[in-house]
Design a protein around this ligand. Structure first.
Ligand code: FAD
Length: 388
């Protein structure tokens, strides 16, 4: 491995962005090495951690087409034609995203998607190093240290591309060298995942081709279909009470019995769909949500950040992964078009940062729309949306 070759690039993280970027760069003739903290998911199973499934939209699909990975991904995806809104009382209503099935989004499994992209990266010629978590970077010596298999491994690099997610170690190493202007804005709301299993006949228990929403004002549940006939339900609500409102929060909904009482009161049509509510509620962790803003995404031609490492966002527009995939295409194009990596990273940052900031803001606004406005007739009229 000659990672100091000027035609070589080192990617940190073989998650969604890292594996796609490796494919795009290897296909353009770069020697690509990818270092991933976790084990190979094809050997040990996917050790996910965060959201089991994700909404893939046209922005992300466009990027997957550039790597010829769209077909393999869509083969495992479930089409979502619109949002199915479940009011507290009354029948669920479908609000379509577009006129017909050319305007839809897709529910994809994070694990299956990641494995498809890792296979694509290897097929394109990238070398993947699993069980190698970036530990520290010596930018003067151009070496990076990785922890794994009980030891520390030091490798030289030409340039580092940071796809190591919201808690990026590369970002911390870059910030230790030069202030990136980093701010983390915590939402104050968290989430917990639950599961709707298949029906007794092996089919889906509710309409599969929709993103289900149970809006309840300042909190909500959503459910996305999985191709094995299950749904992943996500309960979003405040982490702490504000002292005034009667709304539930994760400080007051602590035990499995609290969770059942909440669902009996606020999500009565969802409760019978989740037979293991108590088990799921106790076993699954509370995830926290934040928006990460940086003034700078790169250090000269030595290192650049993309995806969640550069601009993590709250998940309410379903665009974090889609935006990370767009970053990969944009960075690969800038690297091809520019004479030096420094000018490529600068052009990438200048081109993508305004878009990422806009999507981060829209994601925050969409929490209000999803949890509160999607069953408000005045809002729907104003949006030109009709209930079906
Ligand atoms: P990640 O997917 O986090 O990948 C980072 C990779 O780096 C991982 O493989 C990790 O193991 C590895 N890594 C970490 N540290 C190191 C290290 N030190 N050394 C080496 N490797 C390291 N987005 C959508 O587009 N649609 C959705 O519907 C959607 N829903 C979401 C729901 C929830 C509840 C959440 C929390 C997020 C959701 N997102 C969604 C956002 C999406 O998950 C992220 O934007 C996306 O995963 C970003 O990809 P990434 O590759 O930048 O980071």
């Amino acid at each position: 491995m000659n990672t100091t070759d000027p035609k070589s690039l080192t990617i940190i993280g073989a998650g969604l962005a890292g594996a796609l970027l490796a494919t795009l760069l290897a296909r353009r003739g770069w020697q690509v090495d990818v270092f991933e903290r976790r084990g190979d998911p094809r050997l040990h199973g996917y050790a996910g951690g965060r959201s089991i499934n994700l909404a893939l939209a046209e922005r992300g699909l466009h990027a997957l087409r550039a790597a010829d990975a769209d077909r393999a991904v869509l083969d495992q995806a479930v089409m979502m034609r619109g949002r199915m809104v479940h009011p507290l009382r009354g029948e669920p209503q479908l609000q379509r995203y577009g006129r017909d099935d050319s305007e839809v989004i897709w529910s994809v499994s994070r694990g299956e998607l990641n494995i498809t992209l890792i296979d694509a990266a290897e097929a394109a010629g990238a070398t993947l190093h699993f069980d190698r978590g970036l530990q520290s970077v010596d930018f003067d010596a151009r070496t990076a240290s990785y922890r794994g298999d009980g030891g520390l491994h030091v490798h030289p690099f030409n340039a580092l591309l940071g796809c190591d997610g919201a808690g990026s170690t590369l970002r911390a190493q870059m910030a230790a060298r030069s202030d990136l202007g980093e701010r983390t804005e915590w939402l104050g709301h968290g989430y917990k995942e639950l599961e709707i299993p298949p029906a007794r006949d092996g089919g889906y228990r509710i309409e599969p081709n929709a993103l289900h929403i149970w809006p309840r004002g300042r909190y909500m549940c959503i459910a996305l279909p999985n191709d094995e006939r299950t749904f992943t339900v996500t309960l979003f609500m405040a982490l702490h009470g504000d002292g005034d409102s009667q709304d539930p929060d994760f400080d007051s909904i602590v035990t499995a019995q609290d969770a059942r009482a909440l669902f009996e009161r606020d999500f009565p049509d969802a409760l019978p769909l989740i037979p293991e509510l108590e088990r799921d509620f106790e076993a699954n962790p509370i995830g926290s949500l934040a928006t990460l803003r940086l003034d700078r995404w790169h250090l000269g031609g030595e290192a650049v950040l993309l995806g969640d490492a550069a601009h993590a966002m709250v998940p309410f527009h379903g665009q974090g992964m889609n935006c990370a995939f767009e970053d990969c295409v944009a960075l690969a194009e800038c690297i091809e078009a520019q004479d030096t990596l420094a000018s490529a990273f600068a052009a990438f940052e200048a081109g993508r940062k305004p878009d990422a900031t806009a999507i981060q803001d829209m994601a925050l606004e969409n929490y209000i729309e999803m949890r509160d406005l999607v069953d408000d007739p005045d809002f729907l009229l104003q949006q030109g949306l009709e209930r079906r």
